[in-house]
Design a protein around this ligand. Structure first.
Ligand SMILES: CC(C)(COP(=O)(O)OP(=O)(O)OC[C@H]1O[C@@H](n2cnc3c(N)ncnc32)[C@H](O)[C@@H]1OP(=O)(O)O)[C@@H](O)C(=O)NCCC(=O)NCCS
Length: 166
């Protein structure tokens, strides 16, 4: 599929919301809060990077968000990856991978120290994400926290997402 990956622009908000709601609708681990989280990050200035994948026709078929995280007792310069969505009827065709790789490249270019996420290790290992016993995420699903170091030796501490994550 021919995809254009670009940063979100004014007017994309409703499409991103609808896409995210559709992508997470059938996910058992989701409470349906993902569209509101993205809106909340945007409102609070915590949407550090928001990329969309657009089809040739200009339709938004994928989206990924990055936001700053704090690592209590650890380094600054770390970001959280997610939510990430691909349109349900187009999943498994590389949209998610394109967005994740583009997002990682951009965060590296900006000088980020590393990226954390909570997700299925079977999927995210291919991008270099691994669990790290130095990092703690004391919340439901915390055992699925993984990290990707972008520079340095990594860090340890308690990971806190932006307030929009609730
Ligand atoms: C996760 C998601 C963004 C991946 O996008 P995608 O375009 O479908 O993924 P890609 O085509 O790049 O990669 C497909 C591969 O990922 C695997 N995969 C996709 N979602 C997965 C998941 N949640 N867990 C494990 N593997 C997954 C597929 O089995 C496929 O594996 P293969 O390459 O070995 O055949 C998309 O499936 C989605 O929107 N899911 C619903 C929302 C969601 O769960 N988001 C992530 C929350 S952590």
């Amino acid at each position: 599929m021919n995809l254009l990956v670009r940063t979100e622009r004014a007017g994309d908000e409703a499409d991103i919301r609808a896409l995210t709601a559709a992508a997470f609708a059938d996910m058992p681990h989701s409470g349906g809060s993902e569209p509101a989280i993205i809106d909340g990050l945007r409102a609070s200035g915590d949407l550090a990077l928001s990329l969309v994948a657009a089809s040739e026709a200009g339709e938004i078929v994928g989206h990924i968000a990055f936001s700053p995280v704090t690592i209590e007792g650890g380094e600054v310069g770390w970001f959280g990856l997610g939510p990430v969505s691909a349109r349900p009827d187009l999943q498994g065709q590389g949209i998610g991978s394109r967005l994740i790789e583009a997002g990682i490249d951009e965060m590296r270019m900006r000088g980020a120290r590393g990226i954390v996420l909570v997700g299925d290790p079977l999927y995210y290992a291919r991008f270099g994400f691994v669990p790290d016993p130095r990092l703690a995420y004391p919340h439901p699903g915390g055992e699925f926290l993984q990290r990707l170091i972008l520079s340095g030796e990594g860090t340890g501490g308690v990971v806190r997402y932006a307030p929009a994550f609730g």
